[in-house]
Ligand binder design. Structure first.
Ligand code: NAP
Length: 319
């Protein structure tokens, strides 16, 4: 990762808002010369995104990924087989992408239709092109602290902590959620940065008490505003990975305590986004936090771009 003018992220205001849009923009600015260098070396980075069927949310994610590629001058290709595609057909499509030298990264947008064997598909992606960092080889690389693509959302969280100079070594980190794409990899990355890490899940006893031990609290459960002030010690750094859409006016009024601003957003759009952390309590209790939207979300695509460019650099023999 290129050096950054990190001091510009430091603010005297409390709590500090950890601005994912700003970090994303800086990451993209730093990536541009790297894209130019590999392109000049005759190996322009290329990303293939496979989007199966018609899932509106996935379509938006994929559109944003393709747009990020375009902004950076990365070649991108979106492949959109119908939702009826079989596991075997999808495997052959992935194998075909594995064999194409101009494709540095392959991303299979999840979720796949229920009749498709997701594990077999993810296993079929060549580890060197696995820009999502989901292949067991790359999970092994992560655990062993060996080089390799890291899962994008967890890598973005670590990038955010570094750039805001949030101390991690020696701190107590509590991660709520143990998914393969967020909870487990972010816990491992925090461990590699010498935090003392606790991973929690739906069976954790007395979750609020465990969370109150955290200097760094990562919430990744998909439960709207569940982490209230009772889960936070004063001064904690809170990373809210959750992205939940509230589509009931009553729920918006309850969670945002009748905020006229949020109710106006709901009345205009018919929904309001909220994280897994209570958006008002976090302002009272934390010393720094990621807002939703605009915190962790923007970093996921930025780190996908980083992984794609790093893969192209390896192919070009630049790093
Ligand atoms: P997931 O696969 O559904 O995993 C959820 C985890 O939370 C599970 O480990 C589950 O425990 C735990 N959990 C659920 N309810 C809980 C409770 N009441 N108390 C304690 N733990 C509980 O979710 P995910 O894919 O990791 O995503 C989590 C959230 O992050 C979602 O809102 C998702 O939309 C968001 N997300 C955002 C980004 C981004 O770019 N911003 C990227 C990925 C995900 P068990 O294992 O015991 O079931």
């Amino acid at each position: 990762m290129r050096p950054t003018p990190q001091s510009c992220y430091i603010s005297s205001q409390m709590p500090q808002i950890l601005d994912g849009n700003r970090v994303r923009d800086d990451i993209k600015t730093e990536l541009k010369p790297r894209v130019e260098a590999v392109t000049a070396a005759g190996a322009p980075p290329g990303l293939a995104v496979v989007l199966v069927g018609n899932n509106p949310a996935s379509e938006i994610y994929v559109r944003n990924k393709i747009k990020a590629c375009r902004d950076l001058g990365i070649y991108s290709e979106s492949i959109t087989p119908p939702g009826t595609i079989s596991t075997e057909e999808l495997l052959s499509l992935v194998k075909n992408l594995n064999a194409r030298p101009e494709i540095d990264g392959i991303l299979v947008q999840l979720p796949l239709p229920p009749h498709v064997d997701t594990k077999r598909i993810l296993l079929a992606v060549a580890p060197a092109k696995d820009v999502d960092g989901f292949h067991p080889c790359n999970v092994g690389n992560l655990v062993a602290a060996l080089p390799g693509p890291r899962a994008c959302t967890p890598a973005g969280i670590l990038e955010l902590l570094k750039r805001y100079r949030i101390p991690v070594a020696g701190k107590r980190a509590v991660v709520v959620g143990r998914s393969d794409i967020v909870g487990k990899p972010v816990a491992m990355l925090l461990l590699h940065e010498h935090a003392t890490v606790t991973i929690c899940h739906s069976k954790t006893a007395d979750l609020p008490a465990v969370c109150r031990e955290a200097d760094i609290l990562v919430a990744a459960m998909g439960r709207p505003a569940m982490i209230t002030g009772d889960y936070m010690k004063q001064g904690v750094t809170v990373i809210d990975v959750g992205t939940n859409r509230l589509d009931s006016r009553e729920e918006v009024a309850r969670i945002f305590r009748n905020s006229p601003e949020k109710l106006a957003v709901y009345d205009k759009k018919g929904s309001v986004l909220v994280g897994d952390v209570h958006p008002l309590d976090v302002v009272e209790k934390s010393s720094a936090y990621t807002p939703v939207p605009g915190g962790v979300g923007p970093l996921t695509i930025a780190m996908l771009m980083v992984n794609t460019v790093a893969s192209a650099e390896r192919r070009a023999g630049i790093c």
